[in-house]
Structures are given as C-alpha cells and as structure tokens.
Design a protein around this ligand. Structure first.
Ligand SMILES: [Zn+2]
Ligand SMILES: [Zn+2]
Length: 136
C-alpha cells in the first residue's frame, strides 16, 4: 500500500508532508520518535507544518503511539494498515529501539468483576536480536 492510498482511505487531502511522514514510518523497521521521523523526511517542513500533519495522522490512527516512558515515545504504522492485530511491543535497553512484535499477540487478561477493558498495551523490555548478536 502506498502513502497516497492510505490518505485516500481516510479521506485526507494529499500533502507532501503527510505522505512523507507515512513513507518514513512505513520503510522503517523499528518504531520512530517524532524527531527521528522529522530528521528522515526528505522535504524540509517548518515545525508547525510537520506538527499539524503528524497530529492529523495520529488522530486518524494512521500511526500508533508506543509509550515507553515520558522521555521515549515512538510511532509505527497502525495495525489496520499493516493487518497486524493487537500486538506487544519490545523495547531494547541497549540500543533504545522499539519494535512492533507482530507475531506476539496480546492475551486477554481476566479482570475482576465490574472492570471492563478498552485496550491493553504490552511493552516487553530486554535485549533485541541485533544487540544480542553483537555481544556474541
Ligand atoms: Zn538493541
Ligand atoms: Zn506496534
């Protein structure tokens, strides 16, 4: 799927900044922070343009947010676009990377009576395969 198709599906106007952001997130093998996305954009956009485009994509759930802590917030393409379903995220303590664990579905937790869940976020912390290899 191309960036322009994703925008069309959401009835969003096609702008080079929106397309650029989607493309950066789409190509990346790991989740990216707002700054990392901005740095990798080909076009030069001022902060306001970038920020507006970014917020629009987030509001339309084209990108999903992964919160590690208040210093580290990353974004990846949404599940509905990548057909991934609810999945866990992995944070590498060594290289600070965040990846979608597409093959690790989120399990249903049994809640006490009177509680109902809307969404469940799972963040696993440890060492990613890249960092593991470097240590061997
Ligand atoms: Zn790592
Ligand atoms: Zn994800």
């Amino acid at each position: 799927m191309k960036a322009v198709d994703i925008l069309n599906n959401h009835n969003l106007k096609r702008t080079s900044c929106r397309e650029g952001i989607i493309e950066v997130v789409m190509i990346s093998r790991q989740a990216l922070s707002e700054n990392e996305i901005r740095e990798q954009l080909v076009g030069n956009y001022d902060r306001t343009t970038f920020y507006r485009s970014f917020k629009t994509l987030e509001e339309h759930k084209i990108i999903h947010k992964i919160v590690v802590d208040n210093q580290c917030v990353k974004y990846a393409l949404d599940n509905t676009i990548t057909h991934k379903g609810e999945h866990a995220h992995f944070y590498c303590n060594t290289c600070d990377s965040v990846q979608c664990m597409d093959k690790v579905p989120i399990q249903k937790y049994q809640l006490p009576d009177g509680y109902s869940d809307i969404e469940t976020e799972v963040l696993i912390k440890g060492t990613c395969s890249n960092c593991k290899q470097e240590n061997n």
